[in-house]
Design a binder for this molecule. Structure first.
Ligand code: NAI
Length: 345
């Protein structure tokens, strides 16, 4: 019997995973709560825990999970900045879903951009009220504009393809540029200076934290549109607010926010928002916030469930060699391929 505890499980997670629950073979515990040191006890007697972006998998949580006999932490997402990988090494295996639908995230990014620059969100509210005035709804063409893409992995590249379809000029920055990709790579500074629109698609690391700060915004064009569907802490939100107030930043589309962990994915409409910075951002006429929704398509959810189940099963079927394992080695995290022959530890 394979027992799995799903933390922060929403209705759409249950619907995607339930087809994999088979009597006598698998037992699923869907838990609404986030994984913390206190809630880790709910995973007692489980073989694996399945977690999402805002579950905090720190050293104390890892110790508890090991104490309860949990063998695998299965991330049902691509990013893993919420896991203490160094501490996990040698104690518990960590697997993830590297690419479930780059289209979901890239298309959401374009949806946010179009909504923002064509003022669709404003028009929607106006016409519902039979206000058919066009004053204040002037947008601009994407055709011919320069988009700077930071991070040209799976999602960044799909976004580039979409932008090509709009006839945009594309420049990109990546710490590890893809050879022979035909992508026009420039330095980060040049990207800041030349882009009309900047879209972030790189992971959150010590190096990328607050890469969009006051200094970076200072280098950007007046009226720049900043898109972040990657991780909130890539942007220093205070610097972004200053840039918006100074009319330097023309618009921002944010699917992620640095302090989202205690807010996003829940209905807080009946509460007073304690985060002044987020409240101020949402109050701006040129800021659109979605609550980490970019991944949320039927195709992505189905791929996430299938890959997660295969990742967990592979541990038992391949003598501890997990599919899509994250392995901390020599000070860096290796993302291991499916066809390797050796265990991470
Ligand atoms: P990926 O691993 O395929 O690509 C990431 C790219 O960033 C790589 O080309 C890598 O070389 C580059 N990179 C690494 N360090 C960099 C640095 N210091 N500066 C510039 N580029 C750097 O990842 P993928 O699948 O494209 O996802 C990108 C990010 O999107 C993830 O890290 C995750 O944070 C975020 N994401 C957000 C979702 C959402 O629902 N909003 C859903 C899925 C992913």
């Amino acid at each position: 019997m394979l027992r799995i505890a799903f933390f922060e499980a929403k209705d759409y997670d249950k619907a995607a995973f339930e087809p994999y629950e088979k009597e006598g073979e698998t037992e699923f515990r869907f838990l609404e709560t986030k994984l913390t040191e206190i809630t880790a006890g709910l995973a007692k007697e489980c073989d694996a825990v399945c977690v999402f972006v805002n579950d905090s998998v720190n050293a104390a949580v890892i110790d508890k999970l090991c104490e309860y006999g949990v063998k695998i932490i299965a991330l049902r997402c691509a990013g893993f900045n919420n896991v203490d990988m160094k501490y996990a090494f040698g104690k518990i295996h960590v697997v993830r879903v590297p690419g479930y639908s780059p289209y979901a995230v890239a298309e959401h990014t374009m949806a946010m951009l179009l909504t923002s620059i064509r003022r669709i969100h404003k028009a929607f509210i106006r016409t519902r009220d039979f206000n058919f005035s066009l004053n204040g709804l002037t947008g601009f063409d994407l055709h011919g504009k320069t988009v700077g893409v930071v991070g040209t992995g799976r999602i960044g590249r799909v976004f580039i393809d979409i932008c090509r379809g709009f006839g945009m000029n594309i420049i990109a920055y990546d710490a590890f540029p893809a050879a022979d990709s035909g992508i026009n790579y420039v330095s980060l500074d040049e990207l800041f200076e030349k882009s009309d629109i900047i879209s972030l698609h790189c992971p959150l690391t010590d190096e990328t934290k607050h890469m969009i700060n006051a200094d970076a915004i200072g280098k950007m064009k007046k009226g720049v549109v900043i898109l972040n569907t990657s991780r909130g802490a890539l942007i220093d939100a205070d610097a972004l607010l200053d840039g918006i107030r100074a009319r330097k930043v023309g618009a921002a589309c944010l699917d992620v926010y640095e302090e989202e962990a205690s807010l996003f994915f829940e209905d807080r409409s009946g509460h007073i928002l304690n985060d002044e910075r987020l409240a101020r951002l949402i109050s701006m006429p040129n800021v659109i916030v979605t609550s980490h929704q970019a991944f949320l398509t039927a195709e992505a959810l189905s791929n996430i469930a299938e890959t997660t189940m295969n990742n967990i099963r592979s541990y038992y079927e391949n003598d501890g060699i997990c599919d899509n394992e994250l392995c901390y080695k020599d000070g860096r995290i290796e993302t291991l391929s499916k066809d390797r022959k050796e265990r991470c530890f």
